[in-house]
Design a protein around this ligand. Structure first.
Ligand code: F0G
Length: 438
Protein backbone atom coordinates (compact mmCIF):
# COMPACT_ATOMS: atom_id res chain seq x y z
CA UNK A 1 0.00 0.00 0.00
CA UNK A 2 1.43 3.39 -0.92
CA UNK A 3 1.90 5.97 1.85
CA UNK A 4 2.46 9.72 2.00
CA UNK A 5 6.00 10.45 3.19
CA UNK A 6 7.53 13.79 4.14
CA UNK A 7 10.64 14.51 2.07
CA UNK A 8 12.19 16.32 5.08
CA UNK A 9 11.46 14.33 8.23
CA UNK A 10 10.37 11.05 6.56
CA UNK A 11 7.16 10.82 8.63
CA UNK A 12 4.52 8.61 7.00
CA UNK A 13 0.82 9.37 6.69
CA UNK A 14 -1.94 7.25 5.16
CA UNK A 15 -3.09 8.25 1.67
CA UNK A 16 -6.61 8.55 3.08
CA UNK A 17 -5.56 11.58 5.16
CA UNK A 18 -6.48 14.96 3.71
CA UNK A 19 -3.18 16.84 4.04
CA UNK A 20 -1.07 18.71 1.52
CA UNK A 21 2.17 19.08 3.47
CA UNK A 22 3.69 17.25 6.45
CA UNK A 23 1.56 17.57 9.59
CA UNK A 24 4.78 17.64 11.66
CA UNK A 25 7.25 19.88 9.80
CA UNK A 26 5.25 21.30 6.83
CA UNK A 27 7.66 19.62 4.37
CA UNK A 28 6.50 18.50 0.92
CA UNK A 29 4.94 15.03 0.70
CA UNK A 30 5.67 12.21 -1.73
CA UNK A 31 3.50 9.23 -2.54
CA UNK A 32 5.87 6.32 -1.87
CA UNK A 33 5.49 2.74 -3.07
CA UNK A 34 7.36 0.00 -1.29
CA UNK A 35 10.07 -1.22 -3.64
CA UNK A 36 9.69 -4.61 -1.93
CA UNK A 37 6.09 -4.80 -3.13
CA UNK A 38 7.50 -5.76 -6.50
CA UNK A 39 11.04 -6.87 -5.75
CA UNK A 40 12.30 -10.03 -7.31
CA UNK A 41 13.99 -11.42 -10.34
CA UNK A 42 12.82 -9.67 -13.50
CA UNK A 43 10.69 -6.99 -11.86
CA UNK A 44 11.55 -4.50 -14.60
CA UNK A 45 10.64 -7.01 -17.34
CA UNK A 46 7.40 -7.86 -15.54
CA UNK A 47 6.29 -4.22 -15.39
CA UNK A 48 7.23 -3.39 -18.97
CA UNK A 49 5.44 -6.45 -20.30
CA UNK A 50 2.21 -5.61 -18.41
CA UNK A 51 2.43 -1.97 -19.53
CA UNK A 52 3.11 -2.92 -23.15
CA UNK A 53 0.11 -5.29 -23.24
CA UNK A 54 -2.15 -2.50 -22.01
CA UNK A 55 -1.22 -0.30 -24.97
CA UNK A 56 -3.19 -2.69 -27.18
CA UNK A 57 -6.17 -2.91 -24.83
CA UNK A 58 -9.48 -1.16 -25.51
CA UNK A 59 -10.30 -0.58 -21.84
CA UNK A 60 -10.65 3.10 -20.94
CA UNK A 61 -8.15 3.05 -18.10
CA UNK A 62 -5.58 1.10 -20.13
CA UNK A 63 -5.84 3.67 -22.91
CA UNK A 64 -5.10 6.51 -20.50
CA UNK A 65 -1.39 7.27 -20.73
CA UNK A 66 -1.52 7.74 -16.96
CA UNK A 67 -3.59 4.84 -15.57
CA UNK A 68 -1.87 2.35 -17.88
CA UNK A 69 0.96 2.53 -15.32
CA UNK A 70 -1.23 1.93 -12.27
CA UNK A 71 1.20 -0.42 -10.48
CA UNK A 72 3.06 2.80 -9.62
CA UNK A 73 0.05 5.03 -8.94
CA UNK A 74 -2.10 5.63 -5.87
CA UNK A 75 -4.74 2.94 -5.52
CA UNK A 76 -8.17 3.71 -7.03
CA UNK A 77 -11.10 1.53 -8.06
CA UNK A 78 -11.83 1.68 -11.76
CA UNK A 79 -15.26 3.20 -11.05
CA UNK A 80 -13.66 6.07 -9.11
CA UNK A 81 -11.20 7.05 -11.82
CA UNK A 82 -11.95 10.31 -13.65
CA UNK A 83 -10.15 10.04 -16.99
CA UNK A 84 -10.37 11.79 -20.35
CA UNK A 85 -7.86 9.50 -22.05
CA UNK A 86 -5.00 11.84 -21.15
CA UNK A 87 -1.42 11.03 -22.09
CA UNK A 88 -0.65 9.00 -25.21
CA UNK A 89 1.04 12.06 -26.70
CA UNK A 90 3.52 11.79 -29.55
CA UNK A 91 7.25 12.30 -29.68
CA UNK A 92 8.15 14.19 -32.85
CA UNK A 93 11.47 14.76 -34.59
CA UNK A 94 12.19 18.42 -35.16
CA UNK A 95 14.93 18.75 -37.79
CA UNK A 96 14.71 22.54 -38.21
CA UNK A 97 14.85 23.04 -34.47
CA UNK A 98 17.79 20.65 -34.21
CA UNK A 99 19.68 22.69 -36.76
CA UNK A 100 18.69 25.94 -35.02
CA UNK A 101 20.05 24.64 -31.71
CA UNK A 102 23.19 23.13 -33.24
CA UNK A 103 22.14 19.56 -32.42
CA UNK A 104 22.48 16.54 -34.71
CA UNK A 105 18.99 15.47 -33.75
CA UNK A 106 16.24 16.73 -31.45
CA UNK A 107 12.77 15.55 -30.55
CA UNK A 108 9.82 16.99 -28.69
CA UNK A 109 7.25 15.19 -26.60
CA UNK A 110 4.21 17.43 -27.01
CA UNK A 111 2.05 17.41 -23.90
CA UNK A 112 -0.02 20.21 -25.37
CA UNK A 113 -1.82 17.42 -27.23
CA UNK A 114 -3.68 16.41 -24.06
CA UNK A 115 -7.48 16.86 -23.71
CA UNK A 116 -7.32 20.47 -22.45
CA UNK A 117 -4.12 21.35 -24.29
CA UNK A 118 -1.49 21.03 -21.56
CA UNK A 119 0.41 18.53 -19.38
CA UNK A 120 -1.80 19.48 -16.43
CA UNK A 121 -4.35 16.84 -17.49
CA UNK A 122 -1.90 14.09 -16.50
CA UNK A 123 -1.88 15.36 -12.93
CA UNK A 124 -5.52 16.32 -12.87
CA UNK A 125 -6.80 12.80 -13.57
CA UNK A 126 -5.00 11.54 -10.44
CA UNK A 127 -5.79 14.73 -8.45
CA UNK A 128 -9.53 14.71 -9.17
CA UNK A 129 -9.69 10.93 -8.61
CA UNK A 130 -8.14 11.45 -5.16
CA UNK A 131 -10.59 14.31 -4.49
CA UNK A 132 -13.41 11.88 -5.24
CA UNK A 133 -11.89 9.19 -2.99
CA UNK A 134 -11.74 11.71 -0.14
CA UNK A 135 -15.38 12.68 -0.72
CA UNK A 136 -14.60 16.26 -1.81
CA UNK A 137 -17.33 18.03 -3.75
CA UNK A 138 -15.44 21.23 -4.52
CA UNK A 139 -11.86 21.81 -5.64
CA UNK A 140 -9.62 24.87 -5.93
CA UNK A 141 -6.33 25.99 -7.43
CA UNK A 142 -4.27 29.08 -8.15
CA UNK A 143 -3.11 29.20 -11.73
CA UNK A 144 -1.26 30.96 -14.49
CA UNK A 145 -3.97 29.45 -16.72
CA UNK A 146 -3.39 25.83 -17.65
CA UNK A 147 -4.02 24.30 -14.24
CA UNK A 148 -7.30 26.20 -14.03
CA UNK A 149 -8.40 25.03 -17.50
CA UNK A 150 -7.54 21.42 -16.70
CA UNK A 151 -9.03 21.40 -13.20
CA UNK A 152 -12.22 23.03 -14.45
CA UNK A 153 -12.66 20.32 -17.11
CA UNK A 154 -11.93 17.35 -14.86
CA UNK A 155 -14.08 18.78 -12.06
CA UNK A 156 -16.95 19.16 -14.52
CA UNK A 157 -16.51 15.53 -15.61
CA UNK A 158 -16.61 14.46 -11.95
CA UNK A 159 -19.59 16.67 -11.09
CA UNK A 160 -17.57 18.80 -8.68
CA UNK A 161 -17.54 22.55 -8.25
CA UNK A 162 -14.30 24.27 -9.31
CA UNK A 163 -12.87 27.52 -7.91
CA UNK A 164 -9.88 29.03 -9.69
CA UNK A 165 -7.72 31.90 -8.42
CA UNK A 166 -5.94 33.69 -11.25
CA UNK A 167 -3.74 36.78 -11.36
CA UNK A 168 -5.96 39.45 -12.87
CA UNK A 169 -5.18 40.24 -16.50
CA UNK A 170 -2.07 38.04 -16.52
CA UNK A 171 -3.20 34.80 -18.10
CA UNK A 172 -3.50 33.92 -21.78
CA UNK A 173 -6.98 34.26 -23.22
CA UNK A 174 -7.26 30.68 -24.49
CA UNK A 175 -6.82 29.38 -20.95
CA UNK A 176 -9.24 31.84 -19.38
CA UNK A 177 -11.87 30.98 -21.98
CA UNK A 178 -11.53 27.29 -21.13
CA UNK A 179 -12.06 27.78 -17.39
CA UNK A 180 -15.16 29.88 -18.12
CA UNK A 181 -16.57 27.39 -20.61
CA UNK A 182 -16.04 24.41 -18.28
CA UNK A 183 -18.10 26.21 -15.64
CA UNK A 184 -15.51 27.06 -12.98
CA UNK A 185 -15.95 29.99 -10.61
CA UNK A 186 -13.16 32.25 -11.89
CA UNK A 187 -11.79 34.64 -9.30
CA UNK A 188 -9.41 37.28 -10.66
CA UNK A 189 -7.07 38.35 -7.87
CA UNK A 190 -5.48 41.80 -7.84
CA UNK A 191 -1.98 40.42 -7.50
CA UNK A 192 0.40 38.01 -9.20
CA UNK A 193 0.45 34.19 -9.24
CA UNK A 194 2.49 34.05 -6.03
CA UNK A 195 -0.24 36.05 -4.23
CA UNK A 196 -2.97 33.81 -5.67
CA UNK A 197 -1.06 30.70 -4.59
CA UNK A 198 -0.63 31.92 -1.01
CA UNK A 199 -4.30 32.89 -0.78
CA UNK A 200 -5.73 29.67 -2.19
CA UNK A 201 -3.67 27.67 0.32
CA UNK A 202 -5.01 29.80 3.16
CA UNK A 203 -8.59 29.38 1.94
CA UNK A 204 -8.20 25.60 1.42
CA UNK A 205 -6.84 25.22 4.96
CA UNK A 206 -9.95 26.83 6.39
CA UNK A 207 -12.69 25.46 4.13
CA UNK A 208 -13.88 22.21 2.52
CA UNK A 209 -12.23 23.20 -0.80
CA UNK A 210 -9.77 20.48 -1.87
CA UNK A 211 -6.53 22.04 -3.12
CA UNK A 212 -5.32 20.83 -6.52
CA UNK A 213 -2.11 22.74 -7.07
CA UNK A 214 1.04 20.69 -7.49
CA UNK A 215 1.85 21.02 -3.77
CA UNK A 216 -0.75 18.22 -3.68
CA UNK A 217 1.36 15.06 -4.22
CA UNK A 218 -1.45 13.25 -6.04
CA UNK A 219 -1.09 15.72 -8.91
CA UNK A 220 2.59 14.88 -9.34
CA UNK A 221 1.88 11.15 -9.42
CA UNK A 222 -0.03 11.58 -12.67
CA UNK A 223 2.62 13.88 -14.12
CA UNK A 224 5.45 11.47 -13.37
CA UNK A 225 4.01 9.13 -16.02
CA UNK A 226 5.55 11.50 -18.59
CA UNK A 227 8.79 9.65 -17.79
CA UNK A 228 7.12 6.25 -18.06
CA UNK A 229 5.34 6.92 -21.33
CA UNK A 230 8.33 8.58 -22.95
CA UNK A 231 10.51 5.60 -22.09
CA UNK A 232 7.87 3.14 -23.27
CA UNK A 233 7.52 4.96 -26.61
CA UNK A 234 11.26 4.63 -27.06
CA UNK A 235 11.29 0.87 -26.49
CA UNK A 236 12.23 1.33 -22.81
CA UNK A 237 15.40 3.25 -23.71
CA UNK A 238 15.54 6.57 -21.85
CA UNK A 239 17.18 9.58 -23.56
CA UNK A 240 20.42 11.13 -22.27
CA UNK A 241 18.65 14.33 -21.31
CA UNK A 242 15.11 15.60 -20.75
CA UNK A 243 14.63 19.37 -21.01
CA UNK A 244 11.64 20.91 -19.27
CA UNK A 245 10.38 24.43 -18.50
CA UNK A 246 10.42 25.46 -14.82
CA UNK A 247 7.68 27.54 -13.20
CA UNK A 248 6.17 26.29 -9.95
CA UNK A 249 8.61 23.35 -10.41
CA UNK A 250 6.04 20.57 -10.02
CA UNK A 251 6.49 19.08 -13.46
CA UNK A 252 10.28 18.81 -13.41
CA UNK A 253 9.99 17.23 -9.93
CA UNK A 254 7.40 14.75 -11.15
CA UNK A 255 9.39 13.71 -14.22
CA UNK A 256 12.51 13.21 -12.08
CA UNK A 257 10.51 11.04 -9.66
CA UNK A 258 9.19 8.97 -12.56
CA UNK A 259 12.67 8.20 -13.86
CA UNK A 260 13.90 7.52 -10.33
CA UNK A 261 11.16 4.94 -9.81
CA UNK A 262 12.01 3.24 -13.13
CA UNK A 263 15.66 3.14 -12.06
CA UNK A 264 14.82 1.69 -8.63
CA UNK A 265 12.82 -1.10 -10.27
CA UNK A 266 15.41 -1.94 -12.88
CA UNK A 267 13.36 -0.78 -15.86
CA UNK A 268 16.16 1.59 -16.89
CA UNK A 269 19.87 1.51 -16.08
CA UNK A 270 20.44 5.28 -15.93
CA UNK A 271 18.20 8.29 -15.42
CA UNK A 272 18.35 11.09 -18.01
CA UNK A 273 19.77 14.42 -16.88
CA UNK A 274 16.81 16.60 -15.93
CA UNK A 275 17.49 20.05 -17.37
CA UNK A 276 15.22 22.85 -16.18
CA UNK A 277 14.94 26.08 -18.14
CA UNK A 278 13.52 29.27 -16.66
CA UNK A 279 12.72 32.68 -18.12
CA UNK A 280 15.32 35.27 -17.05
CA UNK A 281 12.61 37.44 -15.43
CA UNK A 282 11.28 34.52 -13.34
CA UNK A 283 14.45 32.63 -12.49
CA UNK A 284 14.64 31.81 -8.74
CA UNK A 285 15.79 28.21 -9.25
CA UNK A 286 18.41 29.26 -11.81
CA UNK A 287 19.85 31.73 -9.27
CA UNK A 288 19.82 29.22 -6.45
CA UNK A 289 21.56 26.57 -8.56
CA UNK A 290 24.13 29.02 -9.97
CA UNK A 291 24.94 30.35 -6.50
CA UNK A 292 24.99 26.85 -4.93
CA UNK A 293 22.59 28.20 -2.29
CA UNK A 294 20.95 25.98 0.32
CA UNK A 295 17.52 27.51 -0.06
CA UNK A 296 15.58 29.35 -2.72
CA UNK A 297 15.20 33.11 -2.53
CA UNK A 298 11.94 34.17 -4.20
CA UNK A 299 12.05 36.65 -7.07
CA UNK A 300 9.61 39.46 -6.36
CA UNK A 301 7.55 40.79 -9.25
CA UNK A 302 8.46 38.06 -11.73
CA UNK A 303 8.22 39.30 -15.33
CA UNK A 304 7.97 37.35 -18.60
CA UNK A 305 5.66 37.16 -21.62
CA UNK A 306 5.67 33.40 -21.05
CA UNK A 307 2.86 33.94 -18.53
CA UNK A 308 2.56 30.22 -17.70
CA UNK A 309 5.92 30.40 -15.90
CA UNK A 310 5.65 33.93 -14.50
CA UNK A 311 6.31 32.64 -10.98
CA UNK A 312 8.78 34.01 -8.45
CA UNK A 313 8.18 31.77 -5.44
CA UNK A 314 7.84 28.18 -6.67
CA UNK A 315 6.38 25.73 -4.18
CA UNK A 316 8.09 22.54 -5.32
CA UNK A 317 11.69 23.76 -5.38
CA UNK A 318 12.95 21.21 -2.81
CA UNK A 319 11.65 18.37 -4.98
CA UNK A 320 13.10 19.96 -8.11
CA UNK A 321 16.51 20.21 -6.46
CA UNK A 322 16.23 16.57 -5.38
CA UNK A 323 15.46 15.59 -9.00
CA UNK A 324 18.46 17.56 -10.26
CA UNK A 325 20.72 15.76 -7.75
CA UNK A 326 19.28 12.32 -8.60
CA UNK A 327 20.00 12.84 -12.27
CA UNK A 328 23.10 15.10 -12.34
CA UNK A 329 20.82 17.68 -13.90
CA UNK A 330 21.27 21.34 -14.73
CA UNK A 331 19.40 24.66 -14.75
CA UNK A 332 19.60 27.38 -17.42
CA UNK A 333 17.82 30.67 -18.04
CA UNK A 334 16.82 32.34 -21.32
CA UNK A 335 15.80 35.85 -22.39
CA UNK A 336 12.45 37.01 -23.78
CA UNK A 337 14.03 37.38 -27.23
CA UNK A 338 15.39 33.83 -27.10
CA UNK A 339 11.96 32.50 -26.08
CA UNK A 340 10.14 34.35 -28.86
CA UNK A 341 12.55 33.19 -31.57
CA UNK A 342 12.59 29.59 -30.33
CA UNK A 343 8.80 29.50 -30.34
CA UNK A 344 8.75 30.62 -33.97
CA UNK A 345 11.24 27.86 -34.87
CA UNK A 346 9.09 25.21 -33.17
CA UNK A 347 6.22 26.49 -35.30
CA UNK A 348 8.33 26.12 -38.45
CA UNK A 349 8.74 22.43 -37.76
CA UNK A 350 4.94 22.19 -37.98
CA UNK A 351 4.68 21.54 -34.25
CA UNK A 352 4.00 24.83 -32.43
CA UNK A 353 3.62 25.48 -28.71
CA UNK A 354 2.80 28.20 -26.23
CA UNK A 355 5.59 30.58 -25.16
CA UNK A 356 6.55 28.83 -21.90
CA UNK A 357 7.23 25.58 -23.76
CA UNK A 358 9.70 27.31 -26.08
CA UNK A 359 12.18 27.94 -23.26
CA UNK A 360 13.27 24.34 -23.88
CA UNK A 361 14.61 24.94 -27.38
CA UNK A 362 16.04 28.32 -26.37
CA UNK A 363 17.82 26.65 -23.45
CA UNK A 364 19.22 23.80 -25.55
CA UNK A 365 20.58 26.27 -28.12
CA UNK A 366 22.25 28.29 -25.38
CA UNK A 367 23.73 25.20 -23.72
CA UNK A 368 25.06 23.79 -27.02
CA UNK A 369 26.72 27.14 -27.76
CA UNK A 370 28.30 27.10 -24.29
CA UNK A 371 29.51 23.50 -24.67
CA UNK A 372 27.23 22.31 -21.85
CA UNK A 373 25.21 20.07 -24.17
CA UNK A 374 26.97 17.84 -26.69
CA UNK A 375 25.40 18.08 -30.21
CA UNK A 376 25.35 14.28 -30.39
CA UNK A 377 23.31 13.80 -27.20
CA UNK A 378 19.95 12.07 -27.32
CA UNK A 379 17.68 14.86 -26.06
CA UNK A 380 13.90 14.95 -25.60
CA UNK A 381 12.40 18.37 -24.87
CA UNK A 382 9.00 18.63 -23.23
CA UNK A 383 6.49 20.96 -24.86
CA UNK A 384 4.00 21.73 -22.13
CA UNK A 385 1.20 23.68 -23.82
CA UNK A 386 -0.62 23.90 -27.16
CA UNK A 387 0.09 26.66 -29.70
CA UNK A 388 -3.57 27.83 -29.50
CA UNK A 389 -3.35 28.66 -25.79
CA UNK A 390 -1.83 32.09 -26.39
CA UNK A 391 -2.60 33.32 -29.93
CA UNK A 392 -2.01 36.98 -28.95
CA UNK A 393 1.68 36.27 -28.43
CA UNK A 394 2.01 34.44 -31.74
CA UNK A 395 0.19 37.04 -33.84
CA UNK A 396 2.07 39.93 -32.20
CA UNK A 397 5.38 38.22 -32.95
CA UNK A 398 4.57 37.67 -36.61
CA UNK A 399 3.19 41.20 -36.91
CA UNK A 400 6.47 42.58 -35.50
CA UNK A 401 4.66 44.08 -32.51
CA UNK A 402 5.84 42.07 -29.51
CA UNK A 403 7.03 43.95 -26.47
CA UNK A 404 7.25 43.26 -22.76
CA UNK A 405 7.55 45.19 -19.53
CA UNK A 406 10.66 44.27 -17.55
CA UNK A 407 10.83 43.95 -13.77
CA UNK A 408 11.87 47.59 -13.41
CA UNK A 409 8.89 48.73 -15.50
CA UNK A 410 10.78 49.37 -18.73
CA UNK A 411 8.94 48.59 -21.97
CA UNK A 412 11.20 46.57 -24.26
CA UNK A 413 10.44 45.90 -27.92
CA UNK A 414 11.41 42.43 -29.17
CA UNK A 415 12.70 41.73 -32.65
CA UNK A 416 10.66 39.36 -34.80
CA UNK A 417 13.60 37.58 -36.40
CA UNK A 418 11.59 34.70 -37.82
CA UNK A 419 8.39 36.59 -38.54
CA UNK A 420 5.95 35.29 -41.11
CA UNK A 421 4.37 38.61 -42.01
CA UNK A 422 0.85 38.88 -43.44
CA UNK A 423 0.50 39.50 -47.17
CA UNK A 424 -2.19 41.98 -48.28
CA UNK A 425 -3.93 42.35 -51.60
CA UNK A 426 -7.06 43.99 -53.00
CA UNK A 427 -9.95 41.62 -53.81
CA UNK A 428 -8.89 41.11 -57.42
CA UNK A 429 -7.36 38.03 -59.07
CA UNK A 430 -4.43 39.70 -60.83
CA UNK A 431 -3.38 41.60 -57.70
CA UNK A 432 -3.64 38.42 -55.63
CA UNK A 433 -1.47 36.44 -58.06
CA UNK A 434 1.05 39.26 -58.02
CA UNK A 435 1.06 39.34 -54.20
CA UNK A 436 1.58 35.57 -54.09
CA UNK A 437 4.22 35.64 -56.80
CA UNK A 438 2.54 32.81 -58.80
N1 F0G B 1 4.58 25.20 -19.16
C1 F0G B 1 3.28 25.52 -19.10
C2 F0G B 1 2.54 25.65 -20.38
C3 F0G B 1 2.65 25.71 -17.85
O1 F0G B 1 1.36 26.02 -17.82
C4 F0G B 1 3.43 25.59 -16.68
C5 F0G B 1 2.82 25.82 -15.37
C6 F0G B 1 4.78 25.25 -16.81
C7 F0G B 1 5.32 25.07 -18.05
C8 F0G B 1 5.65 25.08 -15.62
O2 F0G B 1 5.39 23.90 -14.94
O3 F0G B 1 4.85 24.93 -12.76
O4 F0G B 1 5.25 22.49 -12.97
O5 F0G B 1 7.13 24.09 -13.21
N2 F0G B 1 1.66 26.26 -15.20
C9 F0G B 1 0.98 26.36 -13.90
C10 F0G B 1 -0.47 26.76 -14.11
C11 F0G B 1 1.71 27.12 -12.88
O6 F0G B 1 -1.06 27.34 -13.18
O7 F0G B 1 -1.03 26.46 -15.14
P1 F0G B 1 5.67 23.84 -13.35
Amino acid sequence: MPVLRCINCQTDFPTSQRIYTCARCDGLLDVVYDVNDFRGEGLGEHLTSVWDQRRASSSKIDQSGVWRFRELLPEADEAEIVTMGEGATQIWDAPRCAEYAGMNHLSFKHLGMNPTGSFKDLGMTTGITQARRLGATSVACASTGNTSASMAAYAARAGMKAFVFIPSGQIALGKLSQALDYGAVVLQIDGDFDDAMRLVREVANESPLYLLNSVNPFRLEGQKTIAFEMTQQRGWQPPDRVVVPGGNLGNSSAIAKGFHELLERGVIAKAPKITIIQAEGANPLYRMWRDKAETLTPVRGAATLATAIKIGDPISWPKAVRGLRWSAGEVEQVTEQEIADAKAMIGRDGIGCEPASAVTLAGIKKMVAAGAVNPGEDVVAILTGHVLKDPDFTVSYHAGALSYTSKNGEKIRLESRYANAFAHAPAERGAIMKALGV
